[in-house]
Design a protein around this ligand. Structure first.
Ligand SMILES: Cc1cc2nc3c(=O)[nH]c(=O)nc-3n(C[C@H](O)[C@H](O)[C@H](O)COP(=O)(O)OP(=O)(O)OC[C@H]3O[C@@H](n4cnc5c(N)ncnc54)[C@H](O)[C@@H]3O)c2cc1C
Length: 376
């Protein structure tokens, strides 16, 4: 079984690329990031088309936990330690703006109950206090939390969504604006001005590759900086015996779960319990991680409902936990490696790359570059 809980509605397939098409920009990857890039390019009046090796949302964007969180992959106080308070705060502010944009974009799709960061032990409770203090010092909303789920921090600006539904809605909106999208068209070759698939060719001025997991397969020059890992989840039937009004993450975010409006639970985590095996480009769930998830589901969360779905997907990590946003080759841009949290950071990074490629200002990309230099 490798099907996400989210795949609950039919999706009429889009065409494969056949023959030769021309565009100013070819976007590779139709997850949340590639679609955000196409949206930005359309807003800039650029003629762009999109390609994907599989279906829209078939990668991590349609198979993730659905958390829509402010900030980077590292908690805010760690980002402050990495690049200073000004840079960290400016980055955080742009993620808050992006969450607002996503809430406006498709009303009703993003719920905003806030999120709960829960501490697994005393050391993590201390870390939560440091996290809270750093947010408070910059005036960002956050409050201490103690409730039935545990103790930690409530971040009221965060949200949660059904990720595949959102990606498909984004794609549908682009199609209504006559942006050409091709599914099941894996890119086999990229040379300046040409992107080739099995059945066709795109002649274009520039390429923007928005692939998170397996980024280093398309760009071997990004190794060993970008490294692919597998993340796994499971989903259940409606579980009326539990009540989680907010998305929760626990043990420094290793485990995360949300309860959907119909009561079903989506739970992910435990990558660090098989760290070496999970540094892989394979995307099949494994017995070991699925067993740990199920034990946690029963013993920690108290869920009795049957497990109906198990799935996995690939994402990429960087040693400094900052995303890749760069021109890798002449007129070829790469974005990805969101370190496990790409719903907000991926959209921001892809929009920034699209803007850079068009010679437009891209404050997010500037700030990420500054953070990478330590804030100077
Ligand atoms: C289990 C799991 C849980 C997660 N939970 C969260 C969460 O709760 N919140 C959060 O913010 N982030 C989460 N993430 C991370 C987040 O899902 C990703 O960072 C984000 O979705 C990446 O989106 P993307 O569009 O960049 O990449 P993807 O969605 O992976 O899309 C890339 C696309 O590129 C295509 N592609 C690859 N190679 C080629 C090629 N050669 N030719 C053409 N197309 C190609 C793929 O088919 C794919 O559709 C999670 C990830 C996983 C796996």
């Amino acid at each position: 079984m490798n099907q996400p809980l989210w795949d609950d509605q039919p999706w009429p397939p889009l065409p494969r690329l056949v023959g030769t098409v021309r565009a100013d920009v070819c976007v590779v990857g139709l997850g949340g990031s590639g679609l955000a890039a196409l949206d930005e390019l359309a807003a800039l009046g650029v003629n762009a088309i999109g390609l994907d090796a599989g279906p829209v949302g078939g990668g991590a964007a349609g198979r993730n936990g659905g958390f829509v969180l402010a900030g980077l992959a590292e908690f805010f106080h760690r980002t402050v330690a990495r690049c200073g308070r000004d840079t960290a705060a400016a980055l955080y502010r742009l993620t808050l703006d992006e969450i607002e944009r996503q809430a406006r974009e498709f009303p009703g799709m993003l719920r905003r109950p806030g999120s709960l960061r829960l501490a697994a032990d005393a050391a993590e409770r201390d870390d939560c206090r440091a996290h809270l203090a750093a947010l408070g010092a910059c005036g960002f909303p956050a409050e201490p939390y103690a409730g039935p789920e545990g103790e930690g921090i409530l971040l009221p600006t965060d949200g949660v969504m059904q990720p595949l539904r959102r990606v498909r809605a984004l794609a549908q909106r682009l199609r209504e604006r006559r942006v050409l999208l091709y599914e099941h068209s894996p890119v086999r070759k990229m040379v300046p001005g040409t992107v080739a698939t099995d059945g066709g060719v795109v002649l274009c001025g520039a390429v923007l590759v928005a692939v998170d997991g397996k980024l280093e397969v398309l760009f071997p020059e990004l190794q060993p900086r970008a490294r692919t890992a597998r993340l796994q989840m499971l989903g259940t039937a409606p579980a009326p015996e539990v009540h989680f009004p907010r998305p929760c993450y626990w043990r420094y975010g290793y485990e995360y779960w949300q309860q959907q409006p119909d009561g079903s639970i989506a739970l992910g985590g435990f990558r660090d319990h098989a760290l070496e095996e999970e540094w892989t480009r394979q995307t099949e769930p494994t017995d070991l991680i699925q067993g740990l998830l199920e034990k946690f589901l029963r013993e920690k969360l108290g869920v009795r409902a049957p497990v109906t779905h198990r799935w996995a997907a690939a994402v990429a990590y960087t040693p400094d936990a900052l995303p890749v946003i760069e021109q890798v080759r002449a007129n070829v841009w790469a974005v990805g490696a969101y370190n496990g949290t790409g719903n907000v950071v991926g959209a921001l990074s892809a929009r920034a790359a699209a803007r850079r490629l068009c010679g437009e200002p891209a404050p997010w990309a500037d700030l990420v570059a500054r953070a990478r230099r330590g804030g100077s």
